[in-house]
Design a protein around this ligand. Structure first.
Ligand code: FAD
Ligand code: ZN
Length: 470
């Protein structure tokens, strides 16, 4: 496909444009640069054969049927905020953007569900839920651009997984178009549906390699009426584990975030991000941001203070600050969200998104730091993440110039494998991590994934070169 002649290209383009139901398309040389990459990747102009932006499931189906019969590679694109290069164009591909399928179809307040086309942004879904007096809890930094289809295809996580689960847990039904254009519609709106094989799971978290998500029924929750937020300084990781247990027992299911910042991260962001003051002094062994979302403001606040007060008295927590207003809450979150600034204050670095069993995370960080230091004595690291979900984000920087990326990746993933961790906790595999998938998936599992892929996409047109190792 990479060696197409100019006349092959013109002929394929003409056949695709003439296929019934495909609608208008943008030829490759006129595709705007924004479509040629995502958050992590950039492809040269002319990489794609065409850009197609269907408005409904029928047009999406017609496009895939045409690409299937022409054997054209297809790259589904949502908001292109993915962090694993899953939406990156491959040479000669048809870019299939869902951006025009952005309709919120309706909210069922009694059933607490929201029906939506896959191209709606996460933020528009959050707003539609809020207008109906309900709550869609999935939230992440790319909310204004990322789409529900992208969130489901990457099984996105974010800051409230501890309480509400990942994207997978927030979807009841989906409509998917297979590689050959077949529409599989199972827009289930009920919590219970044990009619055998749960086929939607084939498409959730598989990053556009098994089918294209066209519509979804999302699960909503009650709107929280109170937010309690605190930042705590602790002596060490053992205390972090004690605090996690203590707040889980103390505030029960209202616990919505338990975000840990190791001192390297906390020190860096509170000294290098302009205007970001440290809410607590430097020098502690760990900093934890705790949040609870409740429905009884006065009682929730009193309970939260009581629970944190007990943690201070018993010495689990050395120091703490509890937000007393929305502005103070935002200030505390700003420290954790400063991870978004690492591109300017900690650049270049090699980034990771791994899971390690929560009980072992402290030892993992210790051992990894030790190993990296042995190999690169000048190494700098940042560790932070959703420790209640056993998910840690890591940045590794060896000097100021080009990073020995492959060696750093091998060093980190070897330790992840040794601790039976996952090389991708929430960002997916895409293009950038597929060479490392073997650290987390056995040859038997990879063989089964290939069998499923071949059954659903016999010509291998859907997002080729992503997720599965070559
Ligand atoms: P894209 O990047 O466009 O695509 C991602 C993958 O899904 C690609 O493989 C693409 O082919 C496929 N895809 C897209 N739409 C469809 C569809 N309709 N059907 C089939 N396949 C499709 N992630 C987290 O988990 N937690 C976080 O806290 C988090 N924070 C982030 C913060 C920032 C600032 C940014 C930029 C990203 C963050 N992410 C986070 C990454 C997150 O996975 C993505 O932002 C989001 O889920 C991807 O949605 P998207 O629409 O941008 O998808
Ligand atoms: Zn994260």
């Amino acid at each position: 496909m990479m060696d197409r002649t100019a006349s092959d290209t013109a002929s394929l383009l003409a056949q695709l444009a003439a296929a019934p139901g495909v609608g208008d398309l943008v030829p490759g040389d006129a595709v705007e640069p924004a479509y040629l990459g995502d958050w992590m990747t950039k492809a040269p102009a002319g990489t794609a054969l065409a850009l197609v932006r269907p408005r409904d499931t029928a047009a999406l189906s017609a496009t895939l049927a045409a690409c299937h019969s022409l054997h054209l590679p297809v790259v589904p694109q949502g908001g292109r905020t993915g962090l694993a290069g899953g939406a990156a164009p491959v040479p000669g591909c048809v870019l299939l953007s869902l951006e025009r399928m952005n309709r919120i179809e309706g909210v069922d307040a009694a059933g607490a569900t929201l029906t939506v086309q896959a191209g709606a942004t996460l933020q528009s879904v959050q707003e539609a839920a809020r207008e109906a007096g309900l709550f869609f809890p999935l939230d992440l930094g790319g909310r204004g651009s990322c789409q529900i289809g992208g969130n489901l295809s990457t099984n996105a996580g974010g800051n409230r997984v501890l309480r509400y689960g990942m994207a997978r847990d927030l979807v009841l039904g989906i409509e998917v178009v297979l590689a050959d254009g077949t529409v599989l519609s199972h827009m289930n709106t009920m919590l219970k549906d044990n009619t055998g094989f749960d086929m939607k799971q084939l498409f959730i978290g598989t990053e556009g390699t098994m089918g294209v998500i066209a519509r979804a029924v999302l699960r909503l929750h009650p709107q929280p009426r109170s937010t309690q937020t605190a930042l705590c300084a602790l002596p060490d990781y053992a205390s972090v584990l004690k605090l996690l247990r203590h707040v889980r027992e103390g505030v029960g299911p209202t616990l919505s975030a338990f975000e840990l910042m190791w001192p390297d991260f906390y020190g860096l962001v509170t000294t290098r991000v302009p205007g970001l003051e440290p809410p607590l002094p430097h020098g502690a062994g760990a900093y934890v941001l705790v949040e609870a979302l409740g429905v009884e403001p006065d009682e929730d606040a009193a309970r939260f203070e009581r629970v944190l007060g007990a943690a201070l008295e018993s010495g689990i927590v050395g120091n703490a600050v509890i937000a007393q207003s929305g502005a103070e809450t935002a200030k505390l979150w700003k420290v954790r969200d400063a991870s978004g600034e690492l591109r300017s204050i900690f650049w270049p670095h090699v980034g990771f998104d791994v899971s390690i069993p929560t009980r072992a995370l402290g030892d993992f960080v210790g051992e990894l730091t030790e190993r990296l230091r042995r190999r690169w004595p000048q190494v700098q690291t940042v560790f932070f993440g959703h420790v209640g979900d056993s998910n840690v984000h890591i940045g590794v920087k060896v000097g100021d110039g080009e990073q020995p990326e492959a060696q750093i990746e091998e060093s980190v993933y070897a330790v992840v494998g040794q601790w039976q961790g996952s090389i991708s906790a929430e960002h997916g595999i895409g293009l950038l991590k597929r060479a490392h998938l073997h650290h987390s998936r056995s040859p038997q599992e990879l063989a089964l994934l290939r069998t499923l892929k071949n059954a659903l996409d016999p010509h291998g047109i859907l997002n080729p070169g992503k997720v599965l190792p070559a």
